[in-house]
Design a protein around this ligand. Structure first.
Ligand SMILES: O=P(O)(O)OC[C@H]1O[C@H](OP(=O)(O)OP(=O)(O)O)[C@H](O)[C@@H]1O
Ligand SMILES: O=c1cc[nH]c(=O)[nH]1
Ligand SMILES: [Mg+2]
Length: 237
């Protein structure tokens, strides 16, 4: 698809707020969090949590789970009508007509990128490099590069772990400062603290995740979580 074929992203319908159904709270309240409860997604998440899962399998499970998350997150992509010829005659069909920019947060977000691109192959890709300080858990930026057209695209931020929310909010602020208007966040495990932080700064940003966990520990790791996603993905423990 060349640039002339890309059209600005306009959501044809506002996705209604989902209801939080995770383990964090019994209180059901409308928040823009979509919990991917599909049993296949939940089984893949279980494998990712399991300390016995080695890096090669961890990468595979992360990919497969990310396809399911991305599929749900792209449910309302606008399409245009097309007609194709089957061997038996013409058939009406559709073509996705939105401009999508996927932005993984390095490193861990790279473990979801190819999966998201398999769902929206025409998407373009930006990158944000962030690293949490091991003692303060505050993220600092070491890289950022984006394609043109953030303002007219659906921007899909991809980071598997939403812990304090510091990395997600810093990323969303950077994207917003470069013109992004419609943003979504895809993650694999979210903590209530991180969700609150994103909601406080970006109430319109919908979050797609298969898990809302219990809480953060003293080191700001998600409990029960799955440990350090980047380390498990790349074997840097
Ligand atoms: O919500 P937060 O408290 O900001 O934590 C979440 C961030 O922490 C992890 O990255 P990390 O800093 O470990 O970098 P890495 O991906 O290179 O391992 C994770 O991938 C998120 O980006
Ligand atoms: O639990 C956590 C928190 C931040 N980053 C991770 O990889 N895991
Ligand atoms: Mg890490």
């Amino acid at each position: 698809m060349d640039a002339s074929e890309r059209r600005p992203y306009h959501s044809p319908r506002r996705v209604g707020p989902a209801f939080r159904t995770g383990t964090a709270s019994d209180t059901v309240r409308p928040v823009p969090v979509h919990v991917i409860s599909h049993p296949v997604a939940q089984e893949l998440l279980t494998h990712l949590r399991d300390t016995r899962t080695p890096s090669p399998l961890f990468r595979q499970y992360a990919q497969r789970l990310s396809v399911l998350i991305a599929t749900e997150a792209m449910r309302d992509l606008p399409t245009e009508a097309v007609v194709v010829d089957t061997p038996l005659g013409p058939a009406n069909g559709v073509k996705v007509s939105a401009s999508v920019i996927v932005v993984p947060v390095l490193r861990a977000g790279l473990g979801m990128l190819d999966a998201v691109l398999s769902v929206v192959p025409h998407a373009r890709v930006g990158h944000i490099g962030l690293q949490r300080d091991e003692t303060t858990a505050v993220a600092s930026q070491y890289y950022a590069k984006f394609p043109a057209g953030l303002d007219a695209s659906l921007v899909v931020l991809v980071d598997p772990m939403l812990a304090t929310g510091g990395s997600a909010v810093a990323s969303l602020q950077l994207l917003a400062s470069r013109g992004a208007q419609r943003m979504r966040l895809l993650c694999i495990v979210a903590a209530p603290e991180g969700i609150q932080e994103v909601e406080a700064h970006f109430p319109d940003v919908e979050i797609y995740t298969p898990a809302i966990d219990s809480h953060l520990n003293a080191h700001k790791f998600i409990v029960p979580g799955l440990g350090d996603f980047g380390d498990r993905l790349y074997g840097t423990m």
